[in-house]
Design a protein around this ligand. Sequence first.
Ligand code: NAD
Ligand code: UDP
Length: 312
Amino acid sequence: MKKRALVTGGAGFLGSHLCDRLLSEEYDVICMDNFFTGSKENIVHLLGNPYFELVRHDVTFPYFCEVDEIYNLACPASPVHYQFDPVQTTKTSVHGAINMLGLAKRLEARIMQASTSEVYGDPEQHPQKESYWGKVNPIGIRSCYDEGKRCAETLFFDYHREYNLDIKVVRIFNTYGPRMNPDDGRVVSNFIVQALRGQDITIYGDGSQTRSFCYCEDLIEGFRRLMQTEEGFTGPVNIGNPGEFTMLELAEKIITLTGSSSKITHKPLPSDDPKQRRPDITLAQEKLNGWEPTIDLEEGLGRTIEYFRSVI
Ligand code: NAD
Ligand code: UDP
Protein backbone atom coordinates (compact mmCIF):
# COMPACT_ATOMS: atom_id res chain seq x y z
CA MET A 1 0.00 0.00 0.00
CA LYS A 2 1.16 3.53 -0.73
CA LYS A 3 2.40 5.59 2.20
CA ARG A 4 0.26 8.65 2.88
CA ALA A 5 1.63 12.07 3.79
CA LEU A 6 0.07 15.36 4.84
CA VAL A 7 2.02 18.48 3.84
CA THR A 8 0.79 21.67 5.53
CA GLY A 9 1.78 24.77 3.59
CA GLY A 10 1.99 22.44 0.58
CA ALA A 11 1.15 25.15 -1.96
CA GLY A 12 4.07 27.29 -0.84
CA PHE A 13 7.58 27.45 -2.24
CA LEU A 14 9.11 24.56 -0.27
CA GLY A 15 5.86 22.68 0.32
CA SER A 16 5.20 22.34 -3.42
CA HIS A 17 8.69 20.93 -4.03
CA LEU A 18 8.12 18.49 -1.19
CA CYS A 19 4.77 17.39 -2.70
CA ASP A 20 6.56 16.76 -6.03
CA ARG A 21 9.22 14.73 -4.30
CA LEU A 22 6.77 12.62 -2.26
CA LEU A 23 4.65 11.87 -5.34
CA SER A 24 7.80 10.82 -7.22
CA GLU A 25 8.42 8.38 -4.35
CA GLU A 26 4.93 6.89 -4.81
CA TYR A 27 3.32 8.58 -1.82
CA ASP A 28 -0.33 9.50 -1.60
CA VAL A 29 -0.21 13.22 -0.73
CA ILE A 30 -2.65 15.58 0.96
CA CYS A 31 -1.59 19.20 0.47
CA MET A 32 -3.19 21.58 2.96
CA ASP A 33 -2.88 25.34 2.53
CA ASN A 34 -4.83 28.54 3.21
CA PHE A 35 -3.08 30.29 0.27
CA PHE A 36 -1.83 33.19 2.37
CA THR A 37 1.56 33.18 0.63
CA GLY A 38 1.22 29.97 -1.37
CA SER A 39 -0.31 29.75 -4.80
CA LYS A 40 -2.22 27.32 -6.98
CA GLU A 41 0.39 27.96 -9.68
CA ASN A 42 2.89 26.03 -7.56
CA ILE A 43 0.81 22.85 -7.55
CA VAL A 44 -1.42 23.21 -10.64
CA HIS A 45 0.68 20.57 -12.45
CA LEU A 46 -0.30 18.07 -9.73
CA LEU A 47 -4.06 18.62 -9.78
CA GLY A 48 -4.72 15.82 -12.30
CA ASN A 49 -2.77 13.28 -10.26
CA PRO A 50 -5.16 10.90 -8.44
CA TYR A 51 -2.66 10.54 -5.61
CA PHE A 52 -2.64 14.28 -4.93
CA GLU A 53 -5.39 16.02 -2.94
CA LEU A 54 -5.56 19.76 -2.37
CA VAL A 55 -7.38 21.00 0.75
CA ARG A 56 -8.00 24.67 1.50
CA HIS A 57 -7.67 24.85 5.26
CA ASP A 58 -6.09 27.07 7.90
CA VAL A 59 -3.78 25.03 10.14
CA THR A 60 -4.82 27.10 13.17
CA PHE A 61 -8.08 25.09 13.10
CA PRO A 62 -8.14 21.36 13.81
CA TYR A 63 -7.95 19.07 10.80
CA PHE A 64 -8.45 15.33 10.61
CA CYS A 65 -7.30 12.84 8.02
CA GLU A 66 -5.57 9.46 7.92
CA VAL A 67 -1.87 9.60 7.04
CA ASP A 68 1.41 7.93 7.99
CA GLU A 69 3.59 11.06 7.95
CA ILE A 70 2.98 14.76 8.58
CA TYR A 71 5.23 17.55 7.33
CA ASN A 72 4.30 20.80 9.07
CA LEU A 73 5.43 23.64 6.82
CA ALA A 74 2.47 26.03 7.10
CA CYS A 75 3.77 29.49 8.04
CA PRO A 76 4.74 32.54 6.01
CA ALA A 77 8.55 32.62 5.82
CA SER A 78 9.29 36.09 4.43
CA PRO A 79 9.66 38.90 7.00
CA VAL A 80 7.34 41.11 4.90
CA HIS A 81 4.57 38.51 5.04
CA TYR A 82 5.03 37.25 8.58
CA GLN A 83 5.01 40.84 9.85
CA PHE A 84 1.83 41.67 7.90
CA ASP A 85 -0.40 40.02 10.54
CA PRO A 86 1.97 39.07 13.38
CA VAL A 87 -0.77 37.70 15.64
CA GLN A 88 -1.83 35.28 12.93
CA THR A 89 1.84 34.31 12.43
CA THR A 90 2.21 33.30 16.07
CA LYS A 91 -1.11 31.46 15.92
CA THR A 92 -0.02 29.63 12.79
CA SER A 93 3.15 28.37 14.45
CA VAL A 94 1.70 27.63 17.89
CA HIS A 95 -1.93 26.58 17.27
CA GLY A 96 -0.79 24.96 14.02
CA ALA A 97 1.78 22.87 15.88
CA ILE A 98 -0.77 21.89 18.56
CA ASN A 99 -3.29 20.82 15.90
CA MET A 100 -0.78 18.82 13.88
CA LEU A 101 0.78 17.24 16.97
CA GLY A 102 -2.69 16.24 18.17
CA LEU A 103 -3.35 14.65 14.79
CA ALA A 104 0.01 12.82 14.85
CA LYS A 105 -0.73 11.58 18.37
CA ARG A 106 -4.13 10.19 17.35
CA LEU A 107 -2.65 8.53 14.25
CA GLU A 108 0.67 7.52 15.85
CA ALA A 109 2.21 9.15 12.79
CA ARG A 110 5.75 10.47 12.36
CA ILE A 111 5.74 14.27 12.24
CA MET A 112 8.31 16.78 11.00
CA GLN A 113 8.42 20.45 11.97
CA ALA A 114 9.89 23.02 9.58
CA SER A 115 11.76 25.13 12.11
CA THR A 116 14.24 27.81 11.25
CA SER A 117 17.68 29.29 11.78
CA GLU A 118 15.72 32.25 13.21
CA VAL A 119 15.55 30.32 16.50
CA TYR A 120 19.21 31.42 16.86
CA GLY A 121 18.15 35.09 16.48
CA ASP A 122 21.09 37.47 16.04
CA PRO A 123 23.64 34.79 16.96
CA GLU A 124 26.69 35.29 19.15
CA GLN A 125 28.10 31.91 18.10
CA HIS A 126 29.30 31.40 14.58
CA PRO A 127 28.65 29.14 12.73
CA GLN A 128 25.50 28.04 14.54
CA LYS A 129 25.37 24.55 16.05
CA GLU A 130 22.13 22.92 17.19
CA SER A 131 23.33 23.10 20.80
CA TYR A 132 23.32 26.94 20.72
CA TRP A 133 20.20 28.38 22.41
CA GLY A 134 20.19 31.62 20.45
CA LYS A 135 19.81 35.33 21.10
CA VAL A 136 16.24 36.30 20.28
CA ASN A 137 14.40 39.52 21.08
CA PRO A 138 11.03 38.42 22.54
CA ILE A 139 9.24 41.73 21.81
CA GLY A 140 10.58 42.89 18.44
CA ILE A 141 9.11 42.87 14.95
CA ARG A 142 10.63 39.47 14.13
CA SER A 143 9.46 37.89 17.40
CA CYS A 144 6.10 36.65 16.08
CA TYR A 145 8.05 34.39 13.75
CA ASP A 146 11.11 33.59 15.89
CA GLU A 147 9.27 32.98 19.14
CA GLY A 148 6.39 31.25 17.36
CA LYS A 149 8.86 28.78 15.85
CA ARG A 150 10.69 28.39 19.16
CA CYS A 151 7.40 27.63 20.93
CA ALA A 152 6.53 25.13 18.18
CA GLU A 153 9.84 23.36 18.86
CA THR A 154 8.99 23.32 22.59
CA LEU A 155 5.61 21.74 21.82
CA PHE A 156 7.23 19.13 19.59
CA PHE A 157 9.67 18.12 22.31
CA ASP A 158 6.97 18.11 25.03
CA TYR A 159 4.74 15.85 22.89
CA HIS A 160 7.76 13.63 22.38
CA ARG A 161 8.57 13.44 26.10
CA GLU A 162 4.98 13.26 27.34
CA TYR A 163 3.41 11.01 24.67
CA ASN A 164 6.46 9.42 23.07
CA LEU A 165 5.52 10.99 19.75
CA ASP A 166 7.85 10.26 16.84
CA ILE A 167 9.07 13.78 16.01
CA LYS A 168 11.69 15.23 13.66
CA VAL A 169 12.67 18.91 13.88
CA VAL A 170 14.62 20.55 11.07
CA ARG A 171 16.12 24.04 11.36
CA ILE A 172 16.10 25.41 7.85
CA PHE A 173 18.63 28.08 6.86
CA ASN A 174 17.78 30.52 4.03
CA THR A 175 16.60 28.44 1.09
CA TYR A 176 15.83 29.71 -2.40
CA GLY A 177 14.85 28.46 -5.83
CA PRO A 178 12.09 28.29 -8.43
CA ARG A 179 8.51 28.95 -7.18
CA MET A 180 9.48 31.65 -4.73
CA ASN A 181 6.84 34.30 -5.08
CA PRO A 182 8.22 37.29 -7.09
CA ASP A 183 6.62 39.60 -4.47
CA ASP A 184 7.78 37.47 -1.59
CA GLY A 185 10.10 40.16 -0.21
CA ARG A 186 13.01 37.83 0.59
CA VAL A 187 16.44 38.85 -0.55
CA VAL A 188 17.09 36.35 -3.38
CA SER A 189 13.73 36.88 -5.07
CA ASN A 190 13.87 40.67 -4.55
CA PHE A 191 17.35 41.02 -6.06
CA ILE A 192 16.64 38.74 -9.05
CA VAL A 193 13.31 40.39 -9.86
CA GLN A 194 14.87 43.87 -9.51
CA ALA A 195 17.81 42.86 -11.73
CA LEU A 196 15.56 41.39 -14.42
CA ARG A 197 13.35 44.49 -14.42
CA GLY A 198 16.35 46.84 -14.52
CA GLN A 199 15.28 48.40 -11.21
CA ASP A 200 17.64 49.45 -8.42
CA ILE A 201 18.79 46.58 -6.20
CA THR A 202 17.70 47.42 -2.65
CA ILE A 203 20.33 46.53 -0.07
CA TYR A 204 19.13 47.06 3.50
CA GLY A 205 21.87 48.66 5.60
CA ASP A 206 25.46 48.63 4.35
CA GLY A 207 25.16 45.09 2.95
CA SER A 208 27.82 43.59 5.21
CA GLN A 209 25.33 41.25 6.94
CA THR A 210 25.76 37.63 5.86
CA ARG A 211 23.47 34.72 5.02
CA SER A 212 24.05 31.16 3.78
CA PHE A 213 21.85 30.14 0.86
CA CYS A 214 20.70 26.58 0.22
CA TYR A 215 19.12 25.49 -3.06
CA CYS A 216 15.62 24.00 -2.58
CA GLU A 217 16.46 20.58 -4.06
CA ASP A 218 19.26 20.04 -1.53
CA LEU A 219 16.93 20.97 1.31
CA ILE A 220 14.17 18.57 0.20
CA GLU A 221 16.73 15.77 0.03
CA GLY A 222 17.61 16.61 3.64
CA PHE A 223 13.90 16.51 4.66
CA ARG A 224 13.50 13.05 3.16
CA ARG A 225 16.63 11.70 4.78
CA LEU A 226 15.59 13.13 8.15
CA MET A 227 12.14 11.52 7.85
CA GLN A 228 13.84 8.15 7.32
CA THR A 229 16.15 8.31 10.34
CA GLU A 230 15.61 5.81 13.14
CA GLU A 231 12.88 6.45 15.71
CA GLY A 232 14.41 8.30 18.62
CA PHE A 233 16.47 10.65 16.47
CA THR A 234 14.45 13.81 16.91
CA GLY A 235 16.85 16.53 15.86
CA PRO A 236 16.81 19.51 15.89
CA VAL A 237 19.09 19.31 12.91
CA ASN A 238 20.38 22.21 10.80
CA ILE A 239 19.89 21.94 7.06
CA GLY A 240 21.53 24.63 5.00
CA ASN A 241 24.46 25.44 2.79
CA PRO A 242 27.51 26.59 4.77
CA GLY A 243 28.68 28.92 1.97
CA GLU A 244 28.39 32.40 3.55
CA PHE A 245 27.94 35.63 1.58
CA THR A 246 27.37 39.29 2.38
CA MET A 247 24.26 40.88 0.83
CA LEU A 248 26.61 43.08 -1.20
CA GLU A 249 28.29 39.97 -2.65
CA LEU A 250 24.89 38.46 -3.40
CA ALA A 251 23.74 41.61 -5.21
CA GLU A 252 26.94 41.70 -7.30
CA LYS A 253 26.62 38.02 -8.23
CA ILE A 254 23.02 38.49 -9.33
CA ILE A 255 23.89 41.57 -11.40
CA THR A 256 26.65 39.58 -13.15
CA LEU A 257 24.56 36.44 -13.70
CA THR A 258 21.57 38.35 -15.11
CA GLY A 259 23.75 40.75 -17.15
CA SER A 260 21.61 43.53 -15.65
CA SER A 261 22.36 47.24 -15.75
CA SER A 262 20.70 47.71 -12.33
CA LYS A 263 22.50 49.85 -9.77
CA ILE A 264 22.76 49.16 -6.06
CA THR A 265 20.86 51.43 -3.69
CA HIS A 266 20.75 51.31 0.12
CA LYS A 267 17.66 51.35 2.34
CA PRO A 268 17.44 51.37 6.15
CA LEU A 269 18.25 48.10 7.89
CA PRO A 270 15.11 46.69 9.59
CA SER A 271 15.39 46.24 13.37
CA ASP A 272 16.73 42.97 14.75
CA ASP A 273 18.11 41.96 11.34
CA PRO A 274 20.68 39.23 12.15
CA LYS A 275 24.24 40.30 11.30
CA GLN A 276 25.54 36.88 10.37
CA ARG A 277 24.25 33.38 9.77
CA ARG A 278 25.90 30.13 8.76
CA PRO A 279 24.90 26.57 9.63
CA ASP A 280 27.20 24.05 11.21
CA ILE A 281 26.02 20.94 9.32
CA THR A 282 28.15 18.35 11.14
CA LEU A 283 25.06 16.74 12.70
CA ALA A 284 23.23 16.50 9.36
CA GLN A 285 26.29 14.91 7.76
CA GLU A 286 26.54 12.40 10.58
CA LYS A 287 22.86 11.48 10.98
CA LEU A 288 21.53 11.91 7.44
CA ASN A 289 23.85 9.54 5.59
CA GLY A 290 26.48 12.10 4.73
CA TRP A 291 23.92 14.65 3.52
CA GLU A 292 25.46 17.86 2.24
CA PRO A 293 24.50 20.48 -0.32
CA THR A 294 25.36 19.63 -3.93
CA ILE A 295 24.30 22.81 -5.72
CA ASP A 296 26.48 25.87 -5.23
CA LEU A 297 25.22 29.45 -5.23
CA GLU A 298 26.10 30.23 -8.88
CA GLU A 299 24.33 27.16 -10.19
CA GLY A 300 21.29 27.58 -7.95
CA LEU A 301 21.00 31.28 -8.79
CA GLY A 302 21.26 30.42 -12.50
CA ARG A 303 18.29 28.04 -12.23
CA THR A 304 16.31 30.52 -10.14
CA ILE A 305 17.00 33.35 -12.59
CA GLU A 306 15.69 31.16 -15.44
CA TYR A 307 12.53 30.54 -13.45
CA PHE A 308 11.92 34.23 -12.75
CA ARG A 309 12.59 35.10 -16.40
CA SER A 310 9.74 32.75 -17.30
CA VAL A 311 7.22 34.17 -14.80
CA ILE A 312 7.74 37.94 -14.73
P1 NAD B 1 6.04 30.08 1.77
O1 NAD B 1 5.50 31.34 2.34
O2 NAD B 1 6.22 29.97 0.30
O3 NAD B 1 5.16 28.83 2.23
C1 NAD B 1 4.38 28.80 3.38
C2 NAD B 1 3.04 28.16 3.02
O4 NAD B 1 2.23 28.06 4.20
C3 NAD B 1 2.25 29.00 2.01
O5 NAD B 1 1.73 28.18 1.00
C4 NAD B 1 1.14 29.61 2.87
O6 NAD B 1 -0.02 29.92 2.12
C5 NAD B 1 0.93 28.52 3.89
N1 NAD B 1 0.32 29.00 5.13
C6 NAD B 1 0.65 30.10 5.85
N2 NAD B 1 -0.15 30.20 6.92
C7 NAD B 1 -1.00 29.12 6.89
C8 NAD B 1 -2.05 28.69 7.71
N3 NAD B 1 -2.41 29.36 8.82
N4 NAD B 1 -2.71 27.56 7.37
C9 NAD B 1 -2.38 26.86 6.26
N5 NAD B 1 -1.39 27.24 5.43
C10 NAD B 1 -0.70 28.37 5.74
O7 NAD B 1 7.43 29.82 2.52
P2 NAD B 1 8.49 28.63 2.38
O8 NAD B 1 9.80 29.25 2.13
O9 NAD B 1 8.00 27.59 1.46
O10 NAD B 1 8.52 28.09 3.87
C11 NAD B 1 7.93 26.84 4.24
C12 NAD B 1 8.25 26.54 5.69
O11 NAD B 1 9.66 26.46 5.87
C13 NAD B 1 7.74 27.61 6.67
O12 NAD B 1 7.29 26.98 7.84
C14 NAD B 1 9.00 28.41 6.97
O13 NAD B 1 8.94 29.01 8.25
C15 NAD B 1 10.08 27.34 6.89
N6 NAD B 1 11.39 27.93 6.59
C16 NAD B 1 11.67 28.35 5.32
C17 NAD B 1 12.92 28.95 5.07
C18 NAD B 1 13.32 29.40 3.70
O14 NAD B 1 14.39 29.98 3.56
N7 NAD B 1 12.58 29.17 2.64
C19 NAD B 1 13.84 29.11 6.12
C20 NAD B 1 13.48 28.69 7.39
C21 NAD B 1 12.25 28.09 7.62
N1 UDP C 1 17.61 42.22 2.35
C1 UDP C 1 18.11 43.23 1.54
N2 UDP C 1 17.33 43.67 0.53
C2 UDP C 1 16.10 43.16 0.25
C3 UDP C 1 15.61 42.12 1.07
C4 UDP C 1 16.38 41.68 2.13
O1 UDP C 1 19.23 43.71 1.73
O2 UDP C 1 15.47 43.60 -0.73
C5 UDP C 1 18.47 41.72 3.46
C6 UDP C 1 17.79 41.63 4.80
O3 UDP C 1 17.89 42.88 5.50
C7 UDP C 1 18.58 40.53 5.47
C8 UDP C 1 18.97 39.61 4.31
O4 UDP C 1 18.82 40.39 3.13
O5 UDP C 1 19.76 41.05 6.05
C9 UDP C 1 18.10 38.37 4.20
O6 UDP C 1 16.76 38.80 4.22
P1 UDP C 1 15.52 37.82 3.99
O7 UDP C 1 14.28 38.64 4.19
O8 UDP C 1 15.67 37.09 2.71
O9 UDP C 1 15.64 36.70 5.12
P2 UDP C 1 16.06 36.70 6.67
O10 UDP C 1 17.22 35.79 6.70
O11 UDP C 1 16.41 38.07 7.13
O12 UDP C 1 14.85 36.15 7.35
